[in-house]
Ligand binder design. Structure first.
Ligand SMILES: [Zn+2]
Length: 293
């Protein structure tokens, strides 16, 4: 859990990290969230600050309007009324958001999309998810599940996705998929450390054929997914964050070219790297809380 005290102007006063330890079960995780939030409010008061609002962001399916963590694979939430629980414990206005959507909110308002009205934020790590932010507000979808761009079908009959279908974008182009596909392509055995997506990018740049092929396939698939995103959303900027964005020009140069190649009559969006790093979630949760006051 990444936690912060954030001023209304978006500057961070204090940060903390705590283990989620999801193996203890969802009830214990909720208790930890409430304890940590209470501790942060206490720290703020001890430092002469006045806590205004609390924002919490969690992964999975989140019903922001109801303040309910509907479903989460990795934490085990099932219909947890987290917003009301936290508001009752702390006595502060509280907002509940989705981790990627609040990250997009922060990048659109304070980071790489600053000054841009229509932004698509795409986080590429273990999976691929997105947030469509218009004038500083991230769309949630009717069921709290907007932005699952990783499950756009890009390669029918392709590799099996975690969702159970073959050929989703994240089964080809997430950081984990790139590492897995490279290991499969090279027949890398159990000895030594398996190559990460960053290693694959390095080896591709050094001219290693298997790495170059896996990397190029990921870039092409990403371009297909982002082109679909642009057809749907017509944004000014696509902001890419998450672990894979660390590859820098090795990702962005070919991806920008491949994306622009796919634009026929659509306007070409700017393709830029996220600017806030792993602080984006905390900042976005704070923005959501301030909006909800
Ligand atoms: Zn899928």
């Amino acid at each position: 859990m990444k936690c912060a005290l954030v001023r209304p102007d978006g500057s961070t006063v204090h940060t903390e990290r705590h283990a989620t330890d999801a193996g203890r079960g969802p009830d214990a995780v909720v208790e930890t969230i409430l304890d940590v939030a209470e501790g942060l409010a206490g720290k703020a008061r001890a430092d002469g600050l006045d806590p205004l609002a609390l924002g919490i962001a969690v992964p999975g399916v989140v019903d922001e309007a109801a303040g309910v963590a509907v479903w989460s694979a990795n934490v085990g939430f099932r219909d947890v009324p987290l917003r009301d629980l936290a508001a009752a414990r702390l006595g502060l206005p509280t907002a509940l958001g989705h981790d990627v959507r609040v990250g997009g909110l922060a990048e659109a308002r304070l980071g790489a999309g600053r000054g841009t009205g229509h932004v698509l934020f795409v986080a590429i790590g273990t999976g691929i998810a997105a947030a469509h932010v218009v004038d500083g507000v991230a769309a949630t979808g009717a069921h709290g599940a907007a932005g699952e761009i990783g499950h756009i079908l890009v390669r029918p009959g392709g590799p099996r996705c975690g969702c159970g279908r073959d050929g989703c974008l994240e089964a080809v182009a997430s950081a984990s998929a790139i590492a897995r596909r490279y290991a499969e392509a090279t027949g890398a055995g159990p000895t030594g450390t398996p190559a990460s997506a960053a290693d694959v990018a390095d080896r591709a740049a050094a001219g290693e054929p298997a790495a170059a092929r896996v990397w190029a396939e990921a870039v092409e698939a990403l371009a297909d997914g982002l082109a679909t995103g642009q057809s749907l959303y017509d944004v000014e900027a696509v902001v890419v964050g998450g672990g894979l964005a660390q590859a820098g020009p090795r990702l962005f140069d070919p991806l920008r070219a491949a994306l622009h190649e796919r634009m026929t009559f659509h306007r070409r969006p700017r393709l830029v790297a996220a600017a806030l790093g792993d602080e984006a979630g905390c900042l976005g949760a704070a923005l959501l809380a301030l909006d909800a006051r």
